[in-house]
Design a protein around this ligand. Structure first.
Ligand code: HPA
Length: 277
C-alpha cells in the first residue's frame, strides 16, 4: 500500500461529504455472520468498500463489504459490515486501514465483534465473550500493523497495550448481558492467521497458554485503534467449541450459521450498551 497517511486522508475526504453533516462517534466492526446488526441502523447511508479509496474488497463469506453510517441506540455509528482478514491475503496495513479512517473521521470508540472458537471448557456454543486481553500470535511472529515508520501524529512508536480493552465498557457489557439473561464471559482471545482451524495439538497448546477463545481477526484492528487513542470493546460470539479430546471438526458453515443465529442476541446487547457509552 502506498503512503497510508495520504490514503487515509483521501478516504476521509471521500466519506465525509456522504454523512450529511452527521458526526459518528462509535465505530463497529461486524464479524462473520454478524452483519445483521447493520440492518438495525436507522437513517442509514451505505457505502460499498470497493468505491472507498484505500479499501480492499471483502471476500470472506458472511461479510457484505460496506460501511453503514446512521443511528443506533441513540448514537451515530459507523459500522463495517464485513472486515478484511489477513488470511485473505491482505497485509496488516490493509486489514487495519478502516480503523485509521475511523480515527481520521474523529471516532472515539471502537466496538469490534468476531466469531471465535471456544477453548475454555466452560464455554458453550452461542455464548458471548468480552475480550479482556489477547495474545497476538501473528504480531509476536513479526506481522504487526505498527511495523514500519511510525507517524507520531497518530500515536506513539512504542505502544502500551496492557489496558487495550476498556474496563468500564466491559463492565457495562457484562451488566447489560446479565439484565438480558445472556450467557456472557470475559476472557483472553488469541488470534491465529487461519484459514485452517486448529489441530488438537494446537488446541492443547492454546489452552495451556491461557487462551479462552481463538479466532482469525480483531487483534490487528484493536492495536491500531489503541495506537490512535480509541477506547475499545471487543465481543466474541462463540460459534463452536474446540475440544482436543475429540475428533469433532469445526467448519466454516457452522461458524456463519451460529453467528447468524446469535445475531439477534448480540444486536439487543449492543443496543443496550450504546446509550451508555
Ligand atoms: N478457530 C479459529 N477461528 C474461528 C473458530 C475456530 O474454531 N471459530 C470461529 N472462528
Amino acid at each position: 500500500m502506498d503512503n497510508p497517511t495520504q490514503l487515509t486522508r483521501h478516504a476521509r475526504e471521500f466519506i465525509q461529504p456522504l454523512l450529511g453533516g452527521r458526526q459518528p462517534t462509535i465505530g463497529i466492526i461486524l464479524g462473520s455472520g454478524l452483519g445483521g446488526l447493520a440492518d438495525e441502523i436507522e437513517d442509514a447511508v451505505a457505502i460499498p468498500y470497493h468505491v472507498i479509496p484505500g479499501f480492499v474488497g471483502s471476500t470472506a463469506p458472511g461479510h457484505a463489504g460496506r460501511l453503514v453510517v446512521g443511528q443506533l441506540g441513540g448514537k451515530t455509528v459507523l459500522a463495517m459490515q464485513g472486515r478484511f482478514h489477513f488470511y485473505e491475503g491482505h497485509d496488516m496495513l490493509q486489514v487495519t486501514f478502516p480503523v485509521r479512517v475511523m480515527q481520521a473521521l474523529g471516532l472515539e470508540t471502537l466496538l469490534v465483534t468476531n466469531a471465535a472458537g471456544g477453548l475454555n471448557p466452560a464455554f458453550q456454543t452461542g455464548d458471548l465473550m468480552a475480550l479482556s486481553d489477547h495474545i497476538f500470535l501473528p504480531g509476536m511472529a513479526g506481522q504487526n500493523p505498527l511495523r514500519g515508520p511510525n507517524d507520531d501524529s497518530l500515536g506513539p512508536r512504542f505502544l502500551p497495550v496492557v489496558n487495550a480493552y476498556n474496563q468500564e465498557l466491559r463492565d457495562i457489557a457484562q451488566e447489560e448481558a446479565g439484565k438480558q439473561g445472556i450467557r456472557f464471559h470475559q476472557g483472553t482471545y488469541i488470534m491465529l492467521t487461519g484459514p485452517n482451524f486448529e489441530t488438537r495439538a494446537e488446541m492443547r497448546l492454546l489452552r495451556a497458554w491461557g487462551a479462552d477463545a481463538v479466532g482469525m481477526s480483531t487483534v490487528p484492528e484493536v492495536i491500531v485503534a489503541v495506537h490512535g487513542g480509541m477506547r475499545v470493546l471487543g465481543i466474541s460470539t462463540i460459534t463452536n467449541t474446540l475440544n482436543p479430546d475429540t475428533t469433532i471438526e469445526a467448519n466454516g458453515e457452522e461458524v456463519i450459521e451460529v453467528g447468524k443465529a446469535v445475531g439477534p442476541r448480540l444486536v439487543s446487547l449492543v443496543k443496550a450498551i450504546l446509550p451508555r457509552i
